[in-house]
Design a protein. Structure first.
Length: 246
């Protein structure tokens, strides 16, 4: 924890954007967290808006420089971040924690957290990542988002957000410090088995067709392999093509 510089803001447009600006001003910036009580333009994957009630949740971004991550292994960053978030939520006794491919964290079928990672490249290396995380902690209503929930709603009590942030950063640091391509197989193994629908029939909509599938594995580039009822395996690279129905 001592290696990470933590800055807190009452409000901003986007912590990811602010960290990119800070990095442009100081290219030698150490690992840094920017935590905002409110983000007016917080974003999830594919520029979708991440809506979060001010002062209730955790919306923060982590700037993390890498040493050994190549461009062809970049999905490792997403995998270890998701695994760290899972470990954090399990520490706080949240039930049935899993990953909805590629980067949402669920408790059962309720979404608790989302991740948006922006990578900075130099040649064939990933020089650093800016890891944006939205984690629902104490918000009590998400209407009309029926599939969203929070730690407080599920556990039936308010949670100390600073404790959650500290635990989350401790686990992110642990996972990211040891990240290198040689551990791909073990990371991919853990990530695949943590996925919603892994080796269990679930329903998805793909190419406007509802069908039952089982998650088999995830490739090094992040593509997911799904088993159909016919026994055929399909590979999907773009999560926009896949809607999980539950």
């Amino acid at each position: 924890m001592n290696a990470i510089n933590i800055r807190k803001l009452s409000a901003t447009t986007s912590t990811n954007t602010d960290l990119k600006q800070a990095l442009a001003e100081d290219p030698t910036m150490p690992p840094t967290v920017l935590w905002a009580e409110y983000q007016s333009e917080g974003k999830g994957q594919y520029q979708r808006q991440w809506k979060s009630e001010a002062g209730k949740n955790l919306t923060f971004s982590l700037y993390w420089p890498h040493n050994q991550v190549t461009t062809d292994a970049i999905f490792l960053v997403n995998q270890v971040v998701c695994l760290a978030l899972m470990e954090c939520l399990r520490f706080f006794k949240l039930p049935e924690i899993c990953i909805k491919w590629p980067n949402d964290i669920l408790s059962g079928t309720s979404k608790l957290a989302g991740v948006l990672i922006e990578n900075i490249f130099h040649g064939d290396r990933c020089k650093a990542s800016i890891i944006g995380i939205g984690l629902n902690v104490n918000q009590m209503s998400f209407y009309p988002l029926v599939q969203a929930s929070s730690m407080a709603l599920i556990l039936g009590k308010q949670i100390d957000r600073v404790l959650v942030l500290n635990q989350c950063l401790t686990l992110l640091e642990k996972h990211l410090e040891t990240l290198n391509p040689s551990c791909f197989k073990s990371i991919a193994h853990d990530y695949s088995r943590a996925l919603f629908g892994f080796k269990k029939w679930t329903t998805v909509r793909h190419q406007n067709i509802e069908q039952s599938v089982k998650v088999k594995a995830v490739a090094s580039n992040g593509a997911i392999f799904l088993e159909l009822e016919s026994g055929e395996t399909v590979e999907i690279s773009d999560s926009k093509e896949l809607q999980w129905l539950y």
